[in-house]
Design a protein around this ligand. Structure first.
Ligand SMILES: NC(=O)c1ccc[n+]([C@@H]2O[C@H](COP(=O)([O-])OP(=O)(O)OC[C@H]3O[C@@H](n4cnc5c(N)ncnc54)[C@H](OP(=O)(O)O)[C@@H]3O)[C@@H](O)[C@H]2O)c1
Length: 231
């Protein structure tokens, strides 16, 4: 896809991968709407609109799509479901509240955002949805029972959705990053972030690459790992 003057929605844009992705899209000439709880600092552009939205809440998502289409119309070309979080602990120590927060954000949030945007893409017979899963969506991790369950769910959701969307000329891709140096690890007591981890900008540039694939190529899954094995 040629990215200039396309319209993108990115969720969870205050920091980390989401913020870096907004910056990379703006750099490519895309108009970007960020749906999130917290606005990013330092993104000043007429091509960027921040819309307050907790992706767990159906009413917030309904309001966000209305604000988005009022601003730039009903042709939304790109959706990046990035908003997410993880709590890491032994299974019996994970609280019900943490379990619900992870499932509501990582899984239900992805579902709710797809639910309002995919119909528009189908109508336009054009679009690309990228869901951010994780290496934790491909393999189990000790102290990651709940988080892995959410990211396996995102993988199953994406692999089904790509088959539903493909006949409508809408691409659905799922991305599985390994460790990225962000604030994500604040709830992961046994891991300290370090410079061997990938950077948010690395993930953003891979997302741009996927979005720029020619019309006849559907990138279904992309696993991205740091080159060095031990963190
Ligand atoms: N970092 C890694 O190693 C890694 C690896 C694989 C996959 N991932 C995935 O990548 C995505 C981005 O993570 P990150 O590393 O960039 O983490 P991050 O720096 O902690 O950023 C997470 C973003 O998600 C937003 N968010 C959380 N809950 C939300 C909600 N209910 N509604 C709207 N926005 C919400 C946060 O907003 P607030 O500022 O308002 O909290 C923040 O903007 C997540 O899905 C994560 O699971 C991360």
């Amino acid at each position: 896809m040629e990215l200039e003057n396309k319209i993108a929605v990115v969720t969870g844009v205050s920091k980390g991968i989401g913020k870096a992705t907004v910056e990379a899209l703006l750099q490519a000439g895309t108009k970007v709407v960020g749906w999130g709880r917290t606005a990013p600092h330092g993104i000043i552009s007429n091509d960027f609109l921040f819309v307050p939205c907790d992706v767990r809440k159906v009413n917030d998502v309904a309001k966000a799509i209305n604000i988005t289409t009022d601003k730039w119309g009903e042709k939304i070309d790109i959706l990046i479901n990035n908003a997410g979080l993880g709590y890491f602990n032994l299974m019996e120590e994970i609280t019900l509240m943490q379990w619900d927060e992870m499932f509501d954000t990582n899984v239900k949030g992805t579902f709710l955002c797809c639910k309002v945007i995919l119909p528009l893409m189908k109508k336009n017979k054009f679009g690309h949805i990228i869901n951010i899963s994780s290496i934790a969506g491909t393999q189990g991790i000790p102290e990651g029972t709940a988080y892995c369950a959410t990211k396996f769910a995102v993988r199953g959701f994406s692999q089904s959705l790509f088959k539903e969307a493909r006949p409508h000329n809408v691409k659905v891709s799922c991305v599985y990053p390994g460790s990225v140096k962000t604030e994500f690890f604040k709830n992961y007591p046994t891991i300290t972030t370090n410079d061997d981890m990938m950077k948010p900008e690395d993930i953003a540039s891979s997302l741009i690459h996927i979005l720029q694939t020619p019309e006849n190529i559907l990138p279904v899954d992309l696993e991205l790992r740091p080159m060095k094995t031990k963190m």
